[in-house]
Design a protein around this ligand. Structure first.
Ligand code: TA6
Length: 298
């Protein structure tokens, strides 16, 4: 596996000998691209995304921390927190090409990124004054991508509460032919219906603006994306009890300046593992770790 930097040192890419690749922007440690061995893109990225750090990326896998959604009252921070807007540092890579069984070669590339309170601008640090450290690991394997976040409280004395979410924009061929399985029976908050609490029955289909925070019964329950009756993705969660499902549909897409092309909502589906209903309280020295593994089926 080879790992390269872009000229302006803002993009880190890894390519496996079998062709799979991943690219991560240091702004927000945002995964921008994940391609299969034939070079087919698995994530959706708006063609109008800001990639210079002036705005969070519209697409790929933006990171949500220290809170999901609007800031808690009294906190002057942007929606979904500061992690996706901050400049992260690339901590390094490790690749493995260990020979597995007979002729099977295990290939993987692991990229580590870091953000700490010292890396924040003064205004952000003033708004959220806790000493913390984030280590974000992106691991590219043949057929799957794992993103893992470790949050640690480095404060001397103060605990802090936080939420974490991986705001993944999956690319789909046609949202009208797409459904999500593995959420039946799960309760969810329907944010397009007055935050009413409902229970999912059968597969989730998307026929309009959809914005739901699911809490599957079994926290390890796998969620799958099925297109035209064929499974194209599965999403496994580790220590992330929620799954947010979002599609802005036509009107909301029209209202987002950085959402292009405008009919792009037909080709994207956000399946967002997170710990967002309630708060994780980290005592000094505590750490929280959550991860997702997205597998694609071509
Ligand atoms: O994850 C769903 C959501 O919370 C939606 O409510 C919508 O706001 C979306 O995130 C995108 O938020 P953003 O701040 O990236 O425009």
């Amino acid at each position: 596996a080879s790992v390269t930097f872009s000229d302006d040192h803002s993009l880190v890419s890894a390519v496996l000998p079998t062709g799979e690749s991943v690219s991560v922007l240091l702004h927000g440690a945002t995964v921008l691209s994940w391609k299969d061995a034939s070079g087919t893109e698995k994530l959706w990225l708006s063609t109008a995304s800001a990639l210079d750090g002036t705005k969070p990326v519209r697409g790929g896998i933006p990171l949500v921390f220290p809170f999901f959604g609007p800031p808690p009252p009294g906190l002057s921070l942007p929606q979904h927190g500061f992690a996706r807007s901050a400049r992260w540092e690339f901590l390094g890579k490790s690749t493995s090409e260990s020979a597995g069984g007979v002729g099977v070669v295990d290939l993987s590339a692991k990229l580590d990124f870091g953000l700490s309170s010292a890396g924040l601008d003064a205004a952000t640090r003033e708004a959220w004054p806790f000493a913390f450290n984030l280590i974000y690991t992106v691991t590219l394997d043949r057929g799957s991508l794992t993103t893992s976040l470790v949050v640690s409280n480095d404060d001397e004395a103060r605990p802090f509460d936080c939420q974490v979410l991986m705001h993944t924009y999956l690319r789909v061929a046609d949202i009208a032919q797409t459904e999500i399985t593995g959420l039946d029976g799960a309760s969810y908050v329907d944010k397009v219906d007055g935050a009413a609490t409902k229970t999912q029955s059968a597969a989730v289909t998307i026929a309009g603006e959809t914005d739901r925070v699911y809490t599957p019964m079994a926290s390890g329950a796998q969620v799958a994306v099925v297109e035209g009756g064929k499974k194209t993705f599965s999403v496994a969660r580790d220590n992330l009890a929620n799954v947010v499902v979002w599609n802005p549909w036509a009107d909301k897409a029209k209202g987002m300046a950085d959402f292009e092309p405008k009919d792009g909502y037909k080709n994207m589906l956000c399946v967002e593992p997170g710990a967002v209903s309630g708060w994780q309280t980290l005592e000094p020295g505590d750490a929280f770790e959550g991860a997702q593994t997205i597998t694609y089926y071509s």
